[in-house]
Design a binder for this molecule. Sequence first.
Ligand code: G3I
Length: 402
Amino acid sequence: MKCSLWNGVGAVGFGASALFACAGDEDTAPPQTEVGALEPGPLLSYGCRQDETKQSTPRGLANAPKTLRAADRQVGAAVSAAGLEDPAYAQTVAEQFNQLTPENEMKWESIEPEPGVFDFSRADTIVAFARDNGMHVRGHTLVWHSQLPAWVEALTGADAVREAMTRHIQMVMAHFRDTFPGTVVVWDVVNEAMNVMQGPMGGVPIYRDSVFSRELGEGFIAEAFQIAHDTDPDVLLFYNDFGVEGVNGAKSTGTFDMVSGLVAAGVPIDGIGFQMHTAPTDQGPNSADFAANSARYSALGLQVEITEMDVSLCSTGSNVLGQELQRFRYNSIVSSCFGSPACRSVTLWGITDPSSWLNSNGCTQGTLVLDTKPAPLAFDEAYARKPAWWGIYDALAGCQYQ
Ligand code: G3I
């Protein structure tokens, strides 16, 4: 269903209620008498819903039967083990999502801080929460140049790196395979292995410098996938990266060529993760470009996922207009992904705005740090649903804004 602007550009002003559910959800909307104070609503209305009186967004989740946890879609979020200790955070996660990604807890420095010494405790907290709430987990990530312990960075020689990489993949995957059968269903086996070198003729795709590419050559990617497959042939194995979401651009082209080469060589890869750290005004990619990119990976026989979506408001400000543009962006990209049969899931990179990784740098202009906040996610600091949430919700209901 495409949802066009309702009554033309229906600027209804600040403080108006949200008007954006798609047809069919009227029965689940909470009655007005239960909702209490309403959040500021979005500026524009789209012709997705027919009954304006039931479109308001209640503050908090107590009166909120609506959920992104749609039965036939995998909709996920990155979470932290520490966050799950907060009851409001845990309630939101359990009510709204059916797939989780540990934001940091499965990374090499967290899980194998010393050679052969494994600490699964914080990752286990998240995977147990997922299992107990009927969710799947995306394992993130096995081989990545970042968040490596110093001892891995210091390895020299192909044999030493191969031995460490093999042990790490085998031990980590076997742990979750055996401790939580059927819960971790997909792994980011290799993360962010591609890069771009700028030259006089423009950008040229290259393999990113890392201890893995230095010591094993580009073949480390195929090796990692083979080890992962041999360890657990029942889970999906993904390559995950940023800046590869659209068709054009040196990195996107280089990554497609690299992944095509893996497929042609019979390497056991199941899919590509598009991170999708983006902004409302980004044209890279628009929904058609993203769909075209998904289609070419699908033609290789691969699944696609949006693995780390957030929409930073640094360029627009976190005002009503910014929030509307953000809602539109979420709607258009989530619609585009689920419009492809190859799209397995969409994951948001965090729960509430204040918990986003983007706050660590804030919004900057040159060396200036601005007062503007990135506010890139679907829930605000009080766990209230933002216009962005409605954009995702409408996309899941098959309503794509025009
Ligand atoms: O855990 C330590 C804590 O003990 C210490 O006191 C504190 C002091 O700074 O640092 C804490 O570690 C931080 C860690 O997040 C956990 O909060 C690191 O400094 C910080 O660098 C780290 O940032 C993470 C980042 O990856 C590292 O590259 C972000 O949370 C995480 O969201 C981000 O996620 C990545 C994906 O894995 C891959 N794609 C890009 C995405 C965004 O950068």
